[in-house]
Design a protein around this ligand. Structure first.
Ligand code: MG
Ligand code: MG
Length: 239
């Protein structure tokens, strides 16, 4: 799983380097597919429940599962979220990052910073003996402390020989539910999606792209993390 995630993080590095004003978002899909071919891995999302691309590419108010497009040209001040996964030797890697396009507004930068930081704060709780919802609570309280919204509709997940395994990992604490105890050997894809306004979600007509109902910006960061006796091990860290 480290190898699958190493490849994902390498491709995300390269996508990030290619982000600039004036490029169509299909460019990132092309890079993603080419690099998957070169690494000899299968893109995990392509064809998953009918998803038509290797890369989820979500701009501004798009939260997740956006389609790359030849017509969508990035412009200065946009933010763009890339979510991608690969299968290597039967095991999955899954990671996501949001990038600013050129110079972004102060609030867009703050949103990205808080979302990334909330992921690391959640990861710190991914240790044996903790409860899964310790991860959820840490993310939620950090994000809500800034007055931002935590998306409820989409959650993290276990990951291994399937892309989505149990348990679901909400980025908020669900009322009246008990989370599972964390044990060494579990691998979790933790992925807060954070909004500048309300956390309410709307689906676009393509039946995939999720946007904020109030059309305010949204950011998304994700790591695949192994729970070990030595602490959380982030498998999708860049080298
Ligand atoms: Mg993902
Ligand atoms: Mg995921």
């Amino acid at each position: 799983m480290r190898e699958a995630n190493r490849i994902v993080s390498k491709i995300l590095d390269e996508l990030g380097e290619a982000v600039k004003p004036g490029v169509p978002t299909m460019l990132f899909e092309d890079i993603c597919r080419k690099r998957c071919d070169e690494f000899g891995v299968r893109p995990a999302f392509l064809g998953y429940q009918g998803f038509p691309y290797a890369l989820c590419c979500s701009v501004n108010e798009e939260i997740v599962h956006g389609f790359p497009s030849k017509e969508r040209i990035l412009k200065e001040g946009d933010i763009v979220s890339f979510d991608m996964g690969v299968v290597y030797d039967g095991f999955y890697g899954d990671s996501a990052r949001t990038f600013g396009v050129g110079k972004v507004s102060h609030e867009a930068q703050k949103l990205m910073d808080v979302t990334r930081e909330s992921l690391y704060i959640g990861i710190e709780q991914a240790v044996p003996g903790n409860n899964l919802y310790d991860v959820s609570a840490a993310i939620q309280s950090y994000v809500e402390g800034f007055g931002f919204g935590i998306v409820r509709r989409f959650v993290g997940h276990g990951i291994g020989s399937h892309l989505h395994e149990k348990p679901e990992i909400p980025n908020f604490v669900p009322k009246g539910m008990a989370g599972v105890p964390l044990k060494a050997g579990m691998v979790l894809a933790i992925e807060p999606m954070v909004t500048l306004g309300s956390y309410e979600v709307e689906m676009l007509g393509d039946r995939w792209t999720a946007v904020t109902k109030d059309r305010k910006l949204s950011a998304h960061f994700e790591h695949t993390v192994a729970v070990t006796h030595e602490g959380p091990r982030i498998l999708s860290l860049s080298e």
